[in-house]
Design a protein around this ligand. Structure first.
Ligand code: CO
Length: 211
């Protein structure tokens, strides 16, 4: 047990020396500040590391992860990350990235009780309820779960667009695009779900704030 834990600190030392070999000022430069172009909202799942699957380096991507990549409009953690990313860092793209085989989404499809997490899964169950007919029309259980993962991402992109943070950025003509992606654990490929928005005009009018 100790060994696997110490391995992380050993890895870190190697990682530092590898970077310093290529650029002796690497950490000195990074410590001066960050100007990431992207905010990633992804799942906490250990198999979907944001930087690694997108080939981005430290400093390039601001990251928020939670179970099943949710945008819950009463979640102070997500809202604080979003606010800082949009208003201070002025990221240009926000990406909600789900993944097939997501444990949170699969749990939300069933009726088993898991404890405290059930309160979080409730938000995903609401997505299911809204798309029940489409989801249940798919016979194959894997394909059904995959579609639910996609629909969940799409709903989270909409929910992002409904926040005052994103809407105010659009109102102020700040360039900001929001996107929905899904990562496939079985082949490592990210698929763009083509739900990109760059203005509030593309949202259902009930969610649009007055200019
Ligand atoms: Co997941």
């Amino acid at each position: 047990m100790e060994k696997s834990y110490n391995r992380l600190l050993e890895n870190n030392k190697n990682w530092v020396s590898e970077h310093l070999k290529l650029d002796p000022h690497y950490f000195e430069k990074l410590s001066k500040g960050q100007t990431p172009e992207y905010l990633w909202i992804g799942c906490s799942d250990s198999r979907v590391p944001a930087n690694e699957v997108t080939g981005t380096k430290p400093g390039e991507m601001f990251v928020h992860r939670n179970i099943a990549n949710m945008v819950v409009h009463s979640d102070m953690n997500m809202l604080s990350v979003l606010s800082y990313a949009v208003e201070v860092l002025k990221v240009k793209h926000i990406i909600v990235c789900g993944h097939y085989g997501c444990g949170g989404v699969l749990a939300a499809m069933g009726n088993k009780q898991y404890g405290l997490i059930d309160n979080w899964l409730r938000n995903i169950k609401d997505v299911y309820k809204n798309h029940r007919h489409e989801i249940e029309s798919i016979e194959d259980i894997t394909l059904r779960a995959n579609r639910f993962v996609e629909l969940n991402v799409i709903e989270q992109v909409y929910d992002l667009g409904k926040t005052s943070i994103v809407q105010n950025a659009w109102k102020n003509h700040q360039p900001l695009h929001i996107h929905g992606w899904v990562y496939d654990l079985s082949d490592g490929i990210i698929r763009d779900l083509d739900v990109s928005f760059k203005s509030a005009d593309e949202l259902p009018s009930v969610y649009k704030f007055e200019e």
